[in-house]
Design a protein around this ligand. Sequence first.
Ligand SMILES: NC(=O)c1ccc[n+]([C@@H]2O[C@H](COP(=O)([O-])OP(=O)(O)OC[C@H]3O[C@@H](n4cnc5c(N)ncnc54)[C@H](O)[C@@H]3O)[C@@H](O)[C@H]2O)c1
Length: 339
Amino acid sequence: MKTIGMGIIGTGGWGAMHARTYATTPGVSVRAVADMAKARAEELAGAYGAKAYGDYRDLLADPDVEAVSVVTPDFAHEEILIDAAKAGKHILAEKPLAMTVEACERIVAEADRAGVLLMVDFHARWSPPLCKMHEAVRKGEIGEPRHVYYRLNDRIYVPTEMLSWAGGTTVLWFVGSHAIDTVRWLLGDEVCRVYGISRSGLLSGRGINTPDFYFSTLEFRSGAVAVIENSWILPNSAPNLVDVKCELVGTKGALYMDATHNRALEKYTESDAGYPDLFVMPTIHGRQQGFAAESIRHFVECVREGKTPMVTGADGAIATKIICALEESILAGKPVELK
Ligand SMILES: NC(=O)c1ccc[n+]([C@@H]2O[C@H](COP(=O)([O-])OP(=O)(O)OC[C@H]3O[C@@H](n4cnc5c(N)ncnc54)[C@H](O)[C@@H]3O)[C@@H](O)[C@H]2O)c1
């Protein structure tokens, strides 16, 4: 099997996750990493025997690198993605693809022009319970989907401690983009009208200029309706970093998913109580597992076999278009039609 040379741009928390996944995937080698904080790049590179760059352009010029993961903050994707496509590298882009519709269009056009693969890492499409829901909908087991409730919330730790740049994004971009993609994928349908509500105060009171939460109503062409809840203010005592729920009701049945409080494993220690993550990114016998790793391995498979990824740049652009329409709706205080 030919070894694929990977580069990782952005070596923070999630870039390290990409590196762990590549390092435990056969036929892949982490050849180089880049971060504007070069010391961070050097630290990660040291763990994998890779080259470290302070400027991502030097990584893109490296002939040992065939494909890249772009794992920089939400607002710092466009320029890097366009330069990566121009350099002829296949691209796994972290979500959101970019934060304006125009930027997404420029990225997709450049990847098409360069003939490189462009995948957006909406990894919930590899979540086992969501995949089983998707299968049930496709088989018609619940009839015509009519309404969906999707909750994807984080502990307040995420905007206040985990991300140094939470004020440069929102919970709607950070996790809402996943939820929007998941609902589109589950329903196999497109959004035609949106209505959004958000509230601020708790985070801004702590000096982080970003809303506390969003409630988004999405109307689909079929008439199905989704309500998505995205909050960044769950208490740090919540039993898991992420709280995820999904309820999908159709004309002949219903599906209920609780990936957080599923009680497959409860852990109580003298100082802590919780439900450890079993689905997203558990490390098992030293190998990175979970659906976050599955999506990254899917990208590798697509590069190897020249296949179109299950989540394309077009999917990333649609999620961005929906979020921009929601932001417009929140400002206007009324629903917004999607063109
Ligand atoms: N799929 C998921 O569930 C998931 C989870 C976490 C983060 N993410 C996404 O991954 C991306 C990174 O998030 P993170 O949590 O790792 O953030 P982070 O702050 O931990 O890391 C970001 C890194 O990017 C570097 N950086 C910033 N601008 C750069 C540039 N121009 N060139 C090179 N390096 C640059 C920073 O120095 C930092 O080391 C975001 O888009 C985020 O939404 C996705």
